[in-house]
Ligand binder design. Sequence first.
Ligand SMILES: [Mn+2]
Length: 323
Amino acid sequence: MKLLVMTDTHIRGTTPSRRLDDFKETLLDKLKEVGEIAHNEGVDYILHGGDLFDRPDTAPSVVSDFIKVLKDYPVPIYIVAGNHDLYGHNPETLPRTMLGILVASGIVSPLSIEPIFLEEQGVSLQLTGRDFDYDIDAKGSDAYNVSKDESVDYAIHLVHGMLLDKPFFENGYTLIEDVKTEADITIAGHYHLGFGVKTFNRKYFLNPGALVRSSADIKEVKRKPKVAIINLGEEIEIKLMPLKRAKAGKEVLDREAIEEEKYREKKLIDFVREVKASDDFKVLSMQEILNKVANNKDLAEEVTKEALARLAQAQEKLGKGGE
Ligand SMILES: [Mn+2]
């Protein structure tokens, strides 16, 4: 039995500010390539890890254009809802969303904790899924825990949650090593950079990364969008396949704008840190502090100006709020 995995397609009609191309056309082309890969590899099913749409109320004309591509896929598509597919991150809103319409019309089939049992070429598979919700990565969450039916060869669990191979932020994620599951393969979307294929306690964990690159983070610029092909035979084989028609990151993402923004942000953060670290400044006014730090640190004039402008804005707001 063969499956193709893709995730986080973020279908939208407009182009994100950091993209240099026509995002919609590029994505339509990528999804056509995914269909061709599914055909050429002879897969039996396609799994989508959620965030099919960038927003729950994507324009009908845009949805129509993508339906035309998806309904030409040679095999069924199973999916879980991502946070972007839902209103207020709430799975109960699904029927009112564009993903809900695709589910109702049979273009895609939803997965839940109630297993679906599939069989192809003498291999049986239990398929479960979990939509995004606020508690998915909370401490003690059972979102990634699945029991495997004794009768099946393999179990796959698909989750739109922040599953990571190593700690990244302070909280709000689940580590692979903390997942207690009987599923042979746990597939996650949501974390756009992906972690590829990992194994832990003889279980597989997979996140091929988002099919789209909507931020101009340097890691995104370097990343090539991929799908994964899972082959379930005597053993499990998983390979990652970069999309041939995905362009080089620097062709579609505007690095220059983000570099400038990062530089400004970093300078401002340094600035605030300096202020906080300096006990001498306690009795001075904010303007004086800024000027002193600026002089001491030999900061560019534009950074000082920006800080002063923001300070003025903040004071204006505070002034109004106080009345
Ligand atoms: Mn996403």
